[in-house]
Design a protein around this ligand. Structure first.
Ligand code: FAD
Ligand code: SF4
Length: 460
């Protein structure tokens, strides 16, 4: 019998005021009973509308039907056949804009909790998976630059086809933004590590502390015998506003702030990573990166944390769930507000941020209503830390050191429909091509590129 409850089965979570002061995961995940109950809300629609919203085509109704039967292993097998990082996607995908936005149960109530069920299956099977069968080697070598979701997905798919795959990662740890950007309370690092270990068991070699473009060039990779190269180097170069005071002590890019906390474990007293112990913090921006920075600042002990965003709540690009969690944790949203300068004291330390009020005008080229300044509306907020979360662009290092590799005016790599760049044998995908986007889109690009690389090498 289907479960006709119009609402999703709630997911147990830490209390907001408790979790706002610790870095443990916010949501505990479904129990088996809750997962079966939620799976029974699925109507197993014949035309599978939810699948059209999934960039990696997970066979959603099929896996949910298995969950409803209590066959969690079967469900996991179905997810894993098209999605190599289900424990990650179940936690961080913007499902409300993807699969769940197409779910028919969403017409008269809440959609099926597809992401929550995906997470449940991955967590349930975490320690129960047999080692994968090592594919028969096909004698060809492929190099992957960057161990983020794009590079790791391409690596996994190519390894399954028998390629000898080596991933070169600039940082000392693989995972990309999953390790250095998204905080522990949203995506525990042990989960990312176990997904990566699965790839290593398939035979993927991961070499860390290897900045391609410095330690080795792309052309040197070819002369080492790699027949194709995939660039999944992300978009890690932060943007600033260009306003006065951005050079004051206490102004961070979100990337630096989150990397210190996540990758260098600044929140853990056993590590000596320096980070400012702030009292009042302003985070500028409205995306996931802004929410993560604000919630991390709160967890590090800040008393007051503001999100400063120049549009309204309707345009705020962060995942809905993260906004809801941030509000519950006491983050104050200053919407239709834009900073004009950061004000410092005589020692060069941040002491306030000056802002203006905005109003929404006509829609701009992106279709969003463009914000306009309300003249004479300046005001200041007393803060000792400002975190700029305004988006990022790709680092130009690879373009600068690779003859024939072209980028567009935004600095993103130019690729054709098969993720092939302007240099022969070099493919690319993820944020390095799209600019800052999402985990699942990066994975989709890695998948497509793996198929194109296989085709390229077989037909060379
Ligand atoms: P990345 O994850 O950036 O990985 C690129 C890797 O390449 C990095 O490890 C980098 O060190 C390495 N690299 C770079 N240059 C070189 C080089 N020259 N040589 C060797 N290695 C190199 N998306 C969601 O879907 N949901 C979310 O909730 C979400 N939250 C986010 C929160 C934060 C704080 C951030 C920053 C992003 C978030 N995103 C989210 C976006 C998502 O994480 C990215 O779109 C995704 O990680 C892009 O994957 P990628 O593989 O292209 O790049
Ligand atoms: Fe189930 Fe919703 Fe997909 Fe229909 S659209 S099959 S109800 S998840």
């Amino acid at each position: 019998m289907p479960n006709m409850d119009p609402k999703k089965t709630p997911m147990p979570e830490q209390e907001p005021l408790v979790r706002a002061r610790n870095f443990k995961e916010v949501s505990y995940g479904y129990t088996a009973e809750q997962a079966v109950n939620e799976a029974k809300r699925c109507l197993n629609c014949k035309n599978r509308p939810c699948m059209t919203g999934c960039p990696v085509s997970v066979r959603i109704p099929e896996f949910i039907a298995k969950v409803a039967e209590g066959d969690f292993e079967g469900a996991y097998g179905i997810i894993k056949s098209t999605n190599s990082l289900p424990a990650v996607c179940g936690r961080v995908c913007p499902q409300e804009r993807q699969c769940e936005s197409k779910c028919v149960r969403g017409i008269k109530g809440e959609p099926v909790g597809i992401g929550r069920l995906e997470r449940f299956c991955a967590d349930h099977m975490r320690d129960k998976q047999p080692d994968p069968e090592i594919p028969t080697p096909n004698g060809h070598k492929v190099a992957i630059i960057g161990a983020g979701p794009a590079g790791l997905t391409a690596a996994g798919d190519l390894a399954k086809l028998g390629y000898e795959v080596t991933v070169f990662e600039a940082f000392h740890t693989a995972g990309g933004v999953l390790m250095y950007g998204i905080p522990e309370f949203r995506l525990p690092k042990s989960i990312v590590r176990s997904e990566i270990e699965g790839l290593e068991k398939l035979g993927v070699k991961i070499m860390t502390n290897m900045v391609i473009g410095k330690v080795l060039s792309v052309d040197e990779l070819f002369s080492m015998g790699f027949e194709a190269v995939f660039i999944g180097s992300g978009a890690g170069l932060p943007r600033f506003m260009g306003i006065d005071g951005e050079d004051l002590v206490g102004v961070y890019s979100a990337n630096e702030y989150l990397t210190r906390i996540n990758l260098m474990k600044a929140y853990d007293d056993e590590y000596f990573t320096p980070i400012k112990k702030s009292k009042n913090v302003a985070v500028v921006g409205g995306g996931n990166v802004a929410m993560d920075s604000a919630r991390s600042a709160m967890r590090l002990g800040a008393e007051k944390v503001y999100i400063i965003y120049r549009r309204s709540m309707d345009e705020l690009p962060a995942r809905k769930e993260e906004v809801h969690h941030a509000q519950e944790e006491g983050i104050e949203f200053r919407l239709l507000t834009n900073p004009t300068r950061v004000i410092g004291d005589k020692n060069g330390q941040v002491e306030a941020i000056e802002c203006v009020k905005m109003e929404l005008g006509d829609p701009d080229a992106s279709g969003r209503r463009s914000p306009k300044v309300i003249e004479g509306s300046e005001f200041a907020l007393d803060v000792d830390t400002v975190i700029m979360a305004l988006g990022t662009s790709p680092n130009p290092l690879l373009r600068m050191t690779t003859p024939g590799l072209e980028t567009n005016s935004k600095g993103t790599l130019i690729v054709n429909e098969n993720e092939c760049t302007t240099k022969e044998g070099v493919f690319a995908g993820g944020d390095a091509v799209t600019g800052a986007a999402t985990v699942i889109l990066a994975m989709g690009a890695g998948k497509k590129a793996a198929a194109a690389i296989d085709d390229y090498i077989r037909n060379k």
